[in-house]
Design a protein. Structure first.
Length: 301
């Protein structure tokens, strides 16, 4: 009997085809999905607003750029100001704009205090600097040492010019090195009438001597020669190096001229050899000190 095998062959062929289909390469859907996700992400990023972060730019380092940046400017360190030679104005005679007749003689004095750290020696001098010399000297040397904290009165003899007008001469102190470290002036008016201006003490000079006083022998005695430019009353008091001040006194001038006043000091002999001084302070009309005279003598033992 002949058997029909065709259906079996067809079935076998279908199985083979099924197996072959299972081994064929498949499309990578995961890769497609990943690519799609990346594409969407890129598109979202492209459409996002820009970042607001701020970055500090790096300064240029090229030579040209560096040259355009200004460099800091530093003030030089201050130099120490010398405290050696310094003077303080204390007072003067012949107040500014005092009137004189042409040809009148006058003595201008300035009282100065040494507020520096160096002593002024006789190599220091009062010098004419500029303006109207008024027939005065070019310079006048100091007569003695002026130590720190001491006063000195410096004077010049002058002459009023013949022509009417206002005249001013500038003067100063000059040290041994030729440096002028203080300045002051004299200013007068010359008129045909002359004479006068405000009543004032024009200068005071001193004479030292010794006499018996308060039961002691040869005690210091000082005479002050007070000169005014006209009539009036002068109120004054004595001052001295130990800080004591005498009571106010007065002297009347009937006309311009000089009057003498004096004082004694019962200075014990133990103080002999030390430096002391006596001077005058004029309260009216000048309101100023008129220097002082130093000495080293004391009463006899």
């Amino acid at each position: 009997m002949k058997t029909n095998r065709r259906p079996a062959r067809i079935l076998a062929l279908m199985c083979v085809l099924f197996l072959l289909g299972c081994n064929l390469p498949r499309q990578d859907t995961a890769g497609v999905q990943t690519a799609a996700a990346l594409t969407v992400r890129a598109e979202l990023t492209a459409g996002a607003p820009p970042s607001t972060a701020t970055f500090t730019p790096v300064p240029p380092t090229s030579a040209a750029a560096t040259a355009s940046i200004p460099s800091a400017t530093f003030a030089p360190a201050p130099t120490a100001i010398s405290s050696c030679d310094k003077a303080q104005f204390v007072g003067e005679t012949v107040p500014d704009n005092t009137s004189f007749s042409g040809g009148d003689d006058l003595v201008k004095s300035w009282t100065l205090k040494n507020i520096g750290s160096c002593s002024w020696t006789p190599s220091y001098s009062l010098v004419f600097v500029s303006g109207d010399a008024l027939a005065g000297p070019a310079n006048v040397g100091l007569a003695a040492n002026v130590n720190p904290s001491q006063n000195i009165t410096v004077s010049v003899n002058l002459e009023a010019p013949d022509a009417n007008g206002t005249y001013r001469g500038n003067w100063g102190l000059r040290n041994a090195a030729g440096v002028i470290f203080s300045s002051f002036w004299v200013q007068i008016k010359v008129s045909s009438g002359g004479g006068g201006g405000a009543f004032a003490v024009t200068h005071v000079t001193y004479t030292f001597s010794q006499s018996d006083y308060a039961g002691k022998d040869d005690c210091p005695m000082m005479t002050a020669h007070i000169t005014t430019n006209g009539p009036g009353d002068v109120t004054y008091r004595w001052t001295r190096s130990d800080g004591a001040n005498a009571s106010m006194q007065s002297v009347n001038f009937a006309s311009a001229g000089t009057k003498n006043v004096e004082t004694h000091w019962a200075l014990g002999s133990v103080w002999a050899g030390d430096t002391h001084w006596l001077g005058i302070y004029v309260d009216e009309p000048n309101h100023q000190e008129f220097g002082h005279q130093t000495f080293t003598q004391a009463c006899a033992p």
